[in-house]
Design a binder for this molecule. Sequence first.
Ligand code: PGA
Length: 246
Amino acid sequence: MTKSPVRKIVIAGNWKMYKTQAESLEFLRGFLPSLDETPQDREVVLCVPFTDLNVLSKSLHGSRVQLGAQNVHWEEFGAYTGEISGPMLSEIGVRYVIVGHSERRQYFGETDYTVNLRLKAAQRFGLTPILCVGETKQQRDKLETESLIANQLEKNLVDVDQENLVIAYEPIWAIGTGDTCESKEANRIIGFIRSKLSNPDVPIQYGGSVKPNNIDEIMAQSEIDGVLVGGASLEPESFARIANYK
Ligand code: PGA
């Protein structure tokens, strides 16, 4: 099984609400030298807290790592306390933004409708959104995985440009649990996601307890074009091993 050479490979870290500026710089000191030999066939992205973006933008200048944020509002500016806009992110060199992560949907009332607005805003302001979709354990047990994901895609992707998009399949039961989705099953669901898209070349990542010890098997799957990594992206050695998958 070989991967399509057309689709971009995107290895992204999601730091969630971890790392002060000082800690983020400490991370880079360990991480960047480990990328000297990283093949050019893959994009390496760090999606970091808002307060780390500015300092990392300067420190990553000239490196091969792209900068990502973890959310974006749908308006250009306005009275939206606690939110951040696309121009604020793109001005400092942010290229990617995670949209619709299950933690946003679960804890912060993000809906399919607001996810759709955020996706379109990201693209309007020159960012590449990483749209997260995936089922709960309960939905999986009730055999609702495909219908749930089809429904998320249908609602989230209304009027979204599929030429400037990354999708992450993140089964919620696999996030932060150490309970990785079996790689062949992740490959199957990602193939299903691809079948629902108008552009079959959208890079589709797997996310959920990706670790140095399972990355090679995950990336060997024909449909999987990268990974979205939480916990294992916080340590330079483990994220470097993931970025340098074989
Ligand atoms: P995890 O998180 O790698 O810690 O499971 C993945 C994610 O939430 O994107």
